[in-house]
Design a protein. Sequence first.
Length: 513
Amino acid sequence: MTTHLEPVTFGERPLRIEDVLALANRQAPTQLQGDAAYRQRIAKGAQFLDSLLDKEGVIYGVTTGYGDSCVVAVPLQHVEALPRHLYTFHGCGLGKLLDAQATRAVLAARLQSLCHGVSGVRVELLERLHAFLEHDVLPLIPEEGSVGASGDLTPLSYVAATLSGEREVMFRGERRQAADVHRELGWDPLVLRPKEALALMNGTAVMTGLACLAFARADYLLQLATRITALNVVALQGNPEHFDERLFAAKPHPGQMQVAAWLRKDLAIDAPTAPLHRLQDRYSLRCAPHVLGVLADSLNWLRSFIEIELNSANDNPIIDAEEERVLHGGHFYGGHIAFAMDSLKTLVANVADLLDRQLALLVDVRYNHGLPSNLSGAPADRAMINHGFKAVQIGTSAWTAEALKNTMPASVFSRSTECHNQDKVSMGTIAARDAIRVLELTEQVAAATLLAANQGVWLRAQAEDARALPPALAAMHEELAKDFPPVIEDRALEGELRLCLQRIAEQHWRLHA
């Protein structure tokens, strides 16, 4: 575990997306707020619930059944058994398992919500959930089965069950029974108290954890797409005046202006330029700030939606121990995350489309202004049997098409479910999963276009009248050359594309931020 960041503290202090990302990547230690006043405030909620039980008060999910079954009273002698039944009958998730990074993000999101102290859980539950993060005990969570209200019930049941010593976890690289890991660590599995299973499951932690990861990936992709565009302006002998500061002052969307500024810096636009061959480039170059600027301008409100959800109590009911009230509502509804993720996947897919069009220009001798067909670096006597980036461009078209297809908004596909109690649901978790998939595909497009752009820059540099690259692009070109040599004789590029994707996932290149 790398610990180069300050500890992330769960408690009254709000978390940022970057905190969740640091925890998801095991780059920061964690701690639980431990002052006596805070611990007492948490404990007071559970104590208040116990006092209501003593008075035989009616509390949803504590002395009643769940969902549509809220009209069914649960006798006090069965109240203790109810939490286990909740996570047991929700153990029906399917699909792939969330990976380790996503699972840590989910645990962080759920812990932060419960730390508000209005969920009626014990301090011991917060401590054990924190210990899961600290010791990297990761519940195996199927990603499919949530409609996003009443929160992420089915996937979060795997968190509740593993805290109780049931089902399976990933621990130290091995798939293990949760009970065995508890014994190894010297822990007693939790016996969840009334309301605790509901508090763990009846929230938006899966969609919110995934949203934090999606945001971070989109933020880096924005910078990478800008750098790729700059490389393609050089490779295609584009007109850098399309990014003039005075031009963007006339249409001052801040994110659009930022992208144009990054391009000016990358292209050293204030330096002397070669005579222009044309006044206007095709839209995928000329309008790149306008396309990428929409994503740049959207990140702030996307951050707001995600971080408010991350730092909110999003279960039901809310337990107000100070006023001794139980507030029944619908904070498990993930509409804000659903809309944010539906929006993000459209923004990101447009980046795929932009880069795909730039690559189409690079490989086509009708539009690439003198570069070889398909960017092949083969000498003339072998040019007829070499095809360079031809298949890479076909693959890129496939990935782009799939990304665009996946932009159908999930949030408009609400399905009435659970005996029409959950008759309007958010589909936020599906939207978040869609966003991650669109990001995966768009990163593949970015990897392909980056390698092609780098090839185009190398080919352009072979000309007798080649100009020196601007400093930022020269440094990037030199660094890329270490892993991705020029394509002279045809070779299978899958391995290099996968390495490039790994570099993108690691945010390997320092770009504009």
